[in-house]
Every structure is written in structure tokens, then in C-alpha cells.
Ligand binder design. Structure first.
Ligand code: BTN
Length: 242
């Protein structure tokens, strides 16, 4: 089921508040967000009727809640949904972003709501820049792009939401049945292995070569002294598109 709202504070916040009442696999979509949330405490620019802002609520069977799969599921689903608009050059930038070239097209925020034992819900929030243009890009603190800017095609919200939800559920089912296969697709779509990156981790920034992206979502970076460090979170930057 897809629920549409003209405006919410944040589709993630709504799903977390209403987790008990919402059915498994409900996609909550807002045409605007007054308090869109990004990763690492950032806000998410959410101008009205320009973009996709939505969150999928999942209630996996007890013990099957794997939050680390959500960015993989959502990233791959966004790639599928934008392919419908012939946007083939999108790629997944670890851990949670979808880029075209050196510009961000979509962001993903996974959260977990635990109300009690056996009563847990996962929420994966996705913001995809659909029709936003240069005026709005200027209001974002890092380079951004949109499907329309890249392809010249207007995107209607409702068909986009339907195709994104279908892709999300396909990848979610694969995550339950064959997580190794999900991981294989995610790594294939994340062309970072072998590249030099800078990673702003929780406290420090490191530079090194990406050696692996592991099943639990960690990235392995070889530092200049040869040591390999694993990171579960952080912002990766590259000098050029991969
Ligand atoms: C990021 O890249 O920082 C993650 C951005 C996630 C934004 C989406 S928009 C829909 C959902 N609701 C929110 O408040 N955030 C996510």
C-alpha cells in the first residue's frame, strides 16, 4: 500500500511514530516535508512537489530484522526506478547515496523502531531529486542533481513511487532469501573498490584505497601505512566520478 500526504514533518518520523498502526510494506510518501531528516543529524531539503520523499515500513519476521541491508535494498531500488527514465549512469556511493557523476541524486536514511521484544519495525527513508532545478541545487551544501536535470524528462510522483516500491520489495525479498546475492549486486553497483577515497569517519578523516565492501555494510580501506581499517559509517569523497 502507498499512503500519500501533501505534507509531513518527515516520512521517517511519521513511520516511526505510527509503526504499530501501519501494515508491513507500507510506503509513506509526502509531497513536501517541513523537517526532512538526513544522515548524521543533517536536514534534507524537501521543497514541495519537486521530488520524491518516502519511507518504507517493514516488519520482518522476528529475528530477521537486518538494518544493514536497508541501504543496499534502497540504493539498488533507486537505480532500478531511475533506469525507467534512461538514467543509466547512476551509481551507489557507500554507504547510502545515489550519485550521477560527482553529484548527489538521492539519499537514504535507515532507522529502527523497537517498541518491545518482537515488536520491531524497520524504516527506510528515501529522498530522490526528481524535478528540482538549479535554484534548489544552490540551497544544498553539496553538489546535487535531479532526474529532470540529467535527462530533460519530467517525472510524475505517483508512477515513480509505484515503481520504486515494487523494486524495493523485490530487493527486500532477495535480502531475506539470498543476502549474499543482494550483497553481490550492491558491490557491483558501487564502483569504489581500488579507488582512492577520503573518508570522514565519526571523529577523524582518513585517506586510503578501498579494498572491500563487506556483507555487513562495512567498507575496508587500506591506509598509507598498509593497515586495513573497517568503517561502518562516514562520508566518502572521491576526486572524480568513478
Ligand atoms: C542523506 O543522504 O542524508 C539521507 C537523506 C534521506 C532523506 C529522506 S526524504 C524521505 C525520508 N524522510 C526523511 O526525513 N528523510 C528521508
Amino acid at each position: 500500500m502507498i499512503l500519500y500526504f501533501d505534507e509531513l514533518d518527515s516520512t521517517n518520523a511519521y513511520c516511526m511514530r505510527e509503526a504499530r498502526k501501519l501494515d508491513d510494506r507500507t510506503l509513506v510518501v509526502a509531497r513536501a516535508q517541513s523537517a526532512g531528516r538526513g544522515r548524521r543529524g543533517r536536514s534534507w531539503h524537501s521543497p514541495a512537489r519537486q521530488n520524491f520523499y518516502g519511507s518504507l515500513l517493514l516488519k520482518p519476521p522476528f529475528g530477521k530484522a537486518r538494518i544493514e541491508h536497508l541501504p543496499q535494498i534502497a540504493g539498488l531500488a533507486v537505480l532500478d526506478a531511475v533506469l525507467d527514465f534512461d538514467l543509466q549512469s547512476a551509481w551507489l556511493k557507500w554507504p547510502n547515496d545515489v550519485y550521477v557523476g560527482t553529484k548527489k541524486l538521492a539519499g537514504i536514511l535507515a532507522e529502527c523502531s523497537v517498541q518491545g521484544p518482537g515488536d520491531e519495525a524497520l524504516v527506510v527513508g528515501i529522498g530522490v531529486n526528481l524535478n528540482m532545478g538549479l535554484d534548489d541545487f544552490d540551497r544544498i551544501d553539496r553538489p546535487a542533481t535531479s532526474v529532470r536535470y540529467e535527462t530533460g524528462r519530467d517525472v510524475d510522483l505517483e508512477p515513480f513511487a509505484e515503481s520504486l516500491r515494487a523494486a524495493l520489495l523485490t530487493w527486500y525479498d532477495l535480502a531475506q532469501d539470498d543476502p549474499d546475492e543482494l550483497h553481490r549486486h550492491w558491490v557491483e553497483s558501487s564502483p569504489l573498490i581500488g579507488k582512492e577515497v577520503e573518508i570522514a569517519a565519526t571523529t577523524d578523516t582518513y585517506t586510503g584505497i578501498v579494498r572491500a565492501i563487506e556483507k555487513d555494510g562495512a567498507i575496508v580501506i587500506e591506509l598509507p601505512d598498509g593497515r586495513q581499517e573497517r568503517f561502518h559509517n562516514g562520508d566518502v569523497s572521491l576526486n572524480a566520478a568513478p
